[in-house]
Design a protein. Structure first.
Length: 480
């Protein structure tokens, strides 16, 4: 464990975003566990936190904490990639507090006021934007998100313009600009249900299976560059090929959401073909990560960050790739759409592709933000165990949801006559839901282990090495 100074002082603003991201992540998991209990004990927390409110908070916290993570990652990466200070650190800090306050007030609104009343109080009659999953935010919150996004992108773009241009930086900025522009579709809520669903998927799908993959690729490439020492030229080639496949398959793969919403039948072919190809970029990311680690030119002291990075590639392929593929073809999706199979895919895809990559960049950057090259050995050991614990917990949840989905299809969707009603089917899935809840508890335990690693101190010999290194960094004049 060696002391290390930030290359650029303005990178320090990333620390605020990372801390907020992890706090919101913990909140998301707690609300997820409450939802799991409400599946089994219908009146759990009722009437204080009804199911619909808990579900909104759970899904919105997922999006918000990942956005905080992306923003913190960008504020850390862009100065280093451009080799220049951030254009305006004060703007970055101001936007942090604005975003955090707006998010907190929105969550309070969800929990304190019935949703219909919240819509009335926040001007939804002026511009109807509320009521769609993941986009439930009131109009003032959506406008605040736009303001924060514009300020954030202005800050980064001005930094990029005055500094060095790298593949990692450019791909990251493409993803962030795409994220912001696609969010504008959340303000469009036409009365025609087919158009409404199209615009909704333009946000949700083209985020998670489009521009977010660019952000993921850039973050993964940055961590691997720093921890393996492999030439940038090699990593750049991999990055360009991966994002090309991600955009080609992701954009036309949106068609797998158009199967049964009233659009022309050719989308069944286009959606099936291109969404079936969506595992390709994730498989390439897995090969890329293992290849870079095998070709490494240095043994980086932060081995926990390497594990999170490789875990991102592997779990992303399993969740977004394999579990997405198993129900993406239109003849299969006809039966599985909206079942627990969808929930299994969604949980593993978000965890593998985005949760892990944000933790990977936090794991790499946070020790440096705290003045050392890597965390103490014991802290890294706990961190690695937290990765395996969370991954096992998620695996249990996903297998339980997959089993529940298969049984749901068998009882409710396949029979041509005498199909079991929805609620009766849910009663048959209770065992799977108990297993899912157990997996969620294990996952929470892994998250608590990860958070505890921040408070583990260095051993005596590591501390001595740290102090010795710190003294070497102090000039004779400063010692005097």
């Amino acid at each position: 464990m060696k002391p290390i100074a930030l290359k650029y002082k303005s990178q320090a603003v990333a620390k605020l975003y990372f801390i907020a991201a992890l706090a919101l992540f913990a909140g998301q998991i707690l609300f997820g566990l409450s939802l799991g209990l409400q599946y089994l004990v219908g009146d759990f927390l009722f009437p204080y936190i009804p199911f619909n409110q808990a579900r909104m908070v759970h899904t919105n916290l997922l999006i918000v904490w990942l956005l905080f993570g992306f923003m913190g990652a960008a504020y850390y990466i862009v100065p280093e990639e451009t080799e220049t200070e951030l254009w305006s650190p004060k703007l970055a800090i101001a936007l942090f507090w604005i975003f955090l306050t707006a998010g907190a007030l929105t969550i309070v609104g969800y929990l304190a006021v019935p949703y219909a009343k919240l819509a009335e109080l926040t001007g939804n009659d002026l511009l109807q934007t509320m009521g769609r999953e993941f986009l439930e935010q009131p109009l003032p919150t959506k406008l605040g998100i736009v303001v924060v996004a514009l300020g954030f992108l202005l800050n980064l773009s001005m930094t990029m313009l005055k500094g060095r241009k790298t593949s990692v930086g450019l791909v990251l900025m493409m993803g962030l600009w795409g994220l912001a522009l696609l969010f504008l579709f959340s303000f469009v809520n036409p009365h025609n249900l087919v158009r409404d669903k199209m615009y909704w998927w333009f946000v949700v799908h083209l985020w998670v299976e489009g521009v977010w993959e660019l952000i993921m690729g850039a973050l993964l490439a940055f961590v691997l560059v720093k921890t393996t020492g492999v030439d940038r030229e090699v990593i750049d080639k991999w990055l360009y090929v991966i994002i090309a496949f991600a955009l080609m398959t992701g954009i036309l793969g949106t068609g797998h959401h158009f199967y049964f919403i009233g659009l022309p039948g050719y989308w069944k072919v286009i959606g099936s073909v291109f969404s079936a190809m969506e595992p390709i970029p994730f498989f390439m990311m897995a090969v890329f990560a293992f290849n870079m680690v095998q070709r490494r030119r240095r043994e980086h002291p932060n081995q926990a960050a390497v594990l999170w990075a490789v875990g991102t590639a592997v779990m992303g392929f399993l969740g977004a790739g394999l579990w997405g593929f198993i129900h993406t073809l239109s003849p299969v999706n006809y039966y599985t759409h909206g079942t627990q199979v969808t929930a299994a895919h969604g949980h593993l895809a978000f965890y593998g592709a985005y949760v892990l990559v944000v933790i990977a960049i936090i794991s790499y950057a946070m020790p440096i933000l705290r003045g050392r090259e890597a965390n103490p050995r014991r802290a890294q050991s706990v961190e690695m165990w937290s990765f395996w614990t969370m991954s096992i917990g998620m695996g249990v949840m996903v297998l339980a949801l997959t089993g529940a989905g298969i049984l749901q299809v068998w009882l409710q969707r396949l029979p041509e006559s005498g199909a079991m009603p929805f609620m009766a089917t849910q009663d048959q899935l209770a065992t799977f839901y108990w297993v899912r809840l157990a997996g969620g508890v294990v996952f929470l335990g892994g998250l608590l282990m990860y958070l505890s690693s921040f408070f583990i101190k260095a051993s005596a010999d590591e501390l001595e090495t740290f102090r010795g290194g710190a003294q070497l960094k102090v000039s004779p004049a400063q010692r005097a």
